[in-house]
Design a protein around this ligand. Structure first.
Ligand code: LFR
Length: 478
């Protein structure tokens, strides 16, 4: 069996996984996991991208013999290179505040409705477009000759070749989801130089060979190709959703919850814009029609604030707290920035006239109820906006380990939830490499392979649907 290294970088940790696949089996082993610790510098919040690259090299060394390497990470962020190909500064973190107020400036030139019609992208303050407009008069941008999204930057360091992977490029707000090419008009009107980006690449395209120096560093024997995968982690995760039919919704859980549908064409209606659904691109020209929900970030930040108590105990205690006492809007970008999360959640409850959760167990319950409620809304609205009904919800990613969240989501949505796999992004990354090398079949057979080989847990909806409806109304009135 062939071996594929999947580099998968998340907001709080990175990993190099080794996948082995053929038509009947799919195995994934962790070679190396390393922390991703953003740094608050005097200039703002930055990614420590050199530490990440060091983690990738250590991981490739630990991986041993591999037939190919694929890289995926979170979206929207980038590094700039100067004329010598050297990195200009540390990439800015998407939770940095530099884009505050920038959207309004952009909309003064290209109205929000026009921007949505042209790019299909949700409003999020961190879209690359807003970041670039925020950086417009910076010395770094003035000196930049190349802009590489995070996975493309790592790929460049590994191979010396530049490119812009399409699924991740679709999160920049500079891609037209109908043509799957650049939104030239938007870029021109907003003064964004598309020449900064390397040529577009699609999942499956070759991305170069590990450089001799990288082979030396990692002890690998060449040639080792880097294969373009869905380099947006969410695109890779959606590729590994173990759906066996067409009528499914997915929720990719982790730091974020990305809840939505896989479609053949974008939904660019005004209703869709008002509901803030995004049309990002997936494998094979598919559209990931989804909503960003704050996700387990809310809990991660609280846990950090509480001094890292045992998560298992916290969740057991939260399961015993009465349901739906207070809920917050888990889609609210007011929760985007780090810090003081328990206080911010308490304040949101107080301001909406609900009981204020005080113990960690109560706050945890409030967060999980709120996430389940946000999942319910997103799944219901996506179905109606896209006219694409579903019978099942697949939860993939780290949140599948949180049984309470999966159960609450099934109850809130009134639909069965199939949870797993937890390492969906790494599996999707491996599967695209395996497909490119002729080892597995098309998208549907990749999904069937995941369904046959990975442990999945099914949750049937229970409880009182009226209670969720009432909580939803309460939140809508707040
Ligand atoms: C998830 C994710 C989301 C994207 C957010 C920011 O890891 O990639 O899809 O909206 O991070 O990049």
């Amino acid at each position: 069996m062939k071996s594929y290294a999947a580099v998968d970088l998340g907001a709080s940790s990175g990993r190099v996984m080794v996948g082995r696949a053929n038509r009947d089996s799919l195995e994934l082993v962790e070679a190396h996991r390393f922390p991703n610790r953003p740094v608050r510098t005097p200039e703002g919040l930055r990614w420590d991208v050199l530490a990440l690259y060091a983690g990738v090299l250590d991981g490739l060394k630990a991986a041993g013999r591999v037939d190919s390497v694929g890289i995926d990470s979170w979206a929207v962020d980038y590094g700039l290179l100067d004329a010598d190909g050297a990195l200009l500064g540390n990439p800015v973190h998407y939770r940095d505040t530099r884009t505050e107020g920038v959207a309004e400036k952009v909309w003064a030139t290209v109205p929000a409705a026009e921007l949505y019609a042209a790019t299909g992208l949700q409003y999020a303050p961190f879209n690359t477009l807003y970041q670039l407009v925020a950086a417009r008069s910076s010395a770094q941008l003035a000196h930049a000759r190349r802009l590489l999204l995070i996975p493309d930057l790592l790929s460049y360091w590994l191979t010396g070749e530049v490119g812009t992977e399409l699924t991740n490029a679709s999160t920049t707000q500079l891609i037209d989801p109908r043509t799957r090419d650049w939104a030239y008009d938007v870029a021109e009107r907003l003064g964004v130089d598309l020449e900064l980006f390397g040529p577009l690449r699609r999942p499956g395209d070759p991305a170069g060979l590990l450089r001799p120096r990288v082979l030396e560093e990692t002890g690998l024997t060449g040639p080792v190709p880097v294969t373009t995968v869905g380099s947006h982690d969410t695109a890779s995760a959606v590729a590994a959703v173990p759906a066996t039919g067409e009528r499914f919704a997915y929720i990719c859980t982790g730091t974020w919850s990305l809840a939505g549908l896989e479609l053949d064409a974008p939904v660019l209606t005004e209703e869709s814009r008002a509901a803030n659904f995004t049309n990002e691109l997936g494998l094979d020209g598919t559209v990931r029609y989804l909503r960003n929900i704050m996700g387990l970030w809310l809990l991660q930040e609280c846990v950090r604030d509480w001094g890292d108590p045992d998560l298992g105990e916290l969740l057991r205690a939260a399961a015993g707290v009465p349901a739906l006492r207070s809920v917050v809007d888990a889609g609210d970008s007011a929760f985007l920035a780090p810090g003081r999360m328990p206080e911010r959640i308490a304040a949101a409850c107080r301001e909406s006239g609900q009981p204020v959760p005080s113990s960690p167990a109560e706050v945890t319950r409030c967060i999980l109820d709120s996430l389940a409620l946000a999942h319910r809304r997103a799944v219901a609205e996506a179905q109606s906006l896209a006219d694409h009904p579903v019978d099942v919800i697949h939860i993939v990613g780290g949140g599948t380990r949180n049984a309470l969240l999966c159960r609450l989501t099934a109850d809130a949505c009134g639909l069965p939830v199939v949870a797993g796999p937890a390492e969906a992004a790494a599996l999707g990354n491996v599967l695209v490499q395996a497909r490119t090398h002729g080892v597995v079949g098309d998208r549907a057979s990749m999904r069937r392979l995941v369904a046959r080989t990975q442990p999945l847990v099914r949750y049937e909806p229970q409880g009182d649907p009226a209670a969720w409806r009432a909580a939803e109304d309460r939140l809508a009135r707040a």
